[in-house]
Design a protein around this ligand. Structure first.
Ligand SMILES: [Zn+2]
Length: 392
């Protein structure tokens, strides 16, 4: 699937995402090193196609009704970035540094510290040694086909805010804060944990109603929080709900700043950064915006890791720091001026859901071609709808 950076219907998922092909996982052939040979062959063909579009482009001639002979313009296409969740990147780029290995990151030499703590990703200080390894070494054995794209740079493979924050660290943050606050009986004071969770649910729903936001989550429950003692808490919410819950927590804890000062620092700094990422329409952030995110992001990570260290000393499972959290660090670092939200996959996930429905109605033997045909039949109508919405 690809989309145009210059397209006019960016907020309409089906009118902005263009399907290139459908590849059933049953066709995957893996080699001994775990590289997905099928995906790599397909990306080789896609690379050749895109490079042809970058070098030769498409000639656009005058309308047939006006003679059709005059060349109006020549359109060229250049790949400027890659969107996808981490698993997809691992398949497409054949990364040998990933969430399941000691070295976790495709962008730097950050590691979990299983053998050596030097580049450990829980060092979130400004001078953390891993910061000076940004883009220094390649995260693959053999360079994958996409590296031959015209203008390719590894930094174009951008972490996806939806998966790393809204479905990642944001859920860990909401889970740990809620667990402590519910246990404490200061903000919600029902007799049992369940009655306090009910109070919290009512307050959350009221907040969503007051701010005109919808919620997918029906109730806050122990199950939804992974309350068991041998697990890190994580609030199992949708990406959108995570954002609502974190804003609600900030408002709810405000009167308790003398007790939950650190929690409010975490919520205030992270909510500010993500409101900026998601709320800024421009492709590029200004120098001032980048500097503010760097400062607030650094405060957020240092407080978070500080709480995590204290929790370990107290033998409590709270404030989980996982490989995704390290990608959040890269997003706050903002080495590139591009707004990281431009590489989040909300719209892509939406299209995939719709295509999934089409797929379920298509005979499995002909699914590859069937889904493409049905998708193409819908394209004119999608564009018409998006244009109508745009001109209002
Ligand atoms: Zn890294």
């Amino acid at each position: 699937m690809w989309s145009s950076d210059l397209g006019s219907s960016r907020t309409n998922s089906v009118a902005s995402r263009w399907l290139m092909g459908v590849l059933p996982a049953s066709l995957y052939k893996m080699n001994a090193d775990g590289a997905n040979l099928t995906v790599l062959s397909v990306t080789r063909a896609i690379t050749e196609s895109f490079n042809k579009m970058a070098r030769e482009g498409i000639t656009v001639r005058d309308l047939k009704s006006r003679g059709g002979g005059v060349v109006v313009t020549r359109l060229k296409f250049v790949v400027t970035g890659f969107r996808g969740d981490w698993k997809a990147f691992v398949q497409v780029f054949g990364f040998n540094r990933l969430y399941s290995t000691d070295k976790v990151c495709w962008l730097c030499d950050g590691c979990k510290g299983s053998h050596n703590m030097t580049n450990c990703i829980t060092d979130v200080s400004v001078n953390a040694p891993w910061r000076s390894t940004y883009l220094v070494t390649a995260p693959w054995g053999t360079p994958p086909p996409y590296t031959s794209l015209v203008g390719f740079e590894l930094s174009m493979v951008a972490p996806d805010l939806l998966h790393i924050w809204n479905l990642g660290m944001g859920r860990d943050l909401a889970g740990s804060i809620l667990k402590v606050v519910i246990k404490d009986r200061r903000v919600f004071n029902g007799q049992s944990i369940d009655s306090r969770l009910n109070e919290a649910t009512d307050a959350l729903r009221q907040y969503a109603k007051n701010t005109g936001q919808s919620l997918k989550i029906k109730r806050l429950t122990r199950g939804k929080l992974h309350w068991e003692t041998r697990k890190y808490p994580e609030l199992m919410t949708s990406g959108h709900d995570t954002a609502v819950v974190l804003e609600w927590l900030q408002e709810t804890l405000q009167p308790y700043v003398h007790i939950y000062g650190d929690f409010l620092t975490l919520l205030w700094t992270s909510n500010w950064c993500f409101r900026l990422f998601y709320g800024t329409k421009e492709w590029f952030l200004t120098d001032a915006q980048r500097q503010t995110v760097r400062v607030l992001g650094r405060v957020f990570l240092q407080v978070y890791v500080g709480l995590a260290r204290t929790a370990i000393q107290n033998k409590e499972l709270l404030w989980r720091f996982r490989p995704k959290s390290h990608l959040v660090d890269h997003c706050f670092e903002l080495r590139r001026a591009v707004n990281p939200s431009r590489y989040s996959t909300w719209m892509d996930e939406d299209v995939l859901k719709k295509l999934g429905k089409v797929l379920s109605m298509t005979a499995s033997k002909t699914a590859q071609i069937g889904v493409l045909q049905r998708y193409l039949m819908g394209v004119p109508e999608h564009i018409r709808q998006a244009e109508l919405a745009r001109v209002g």
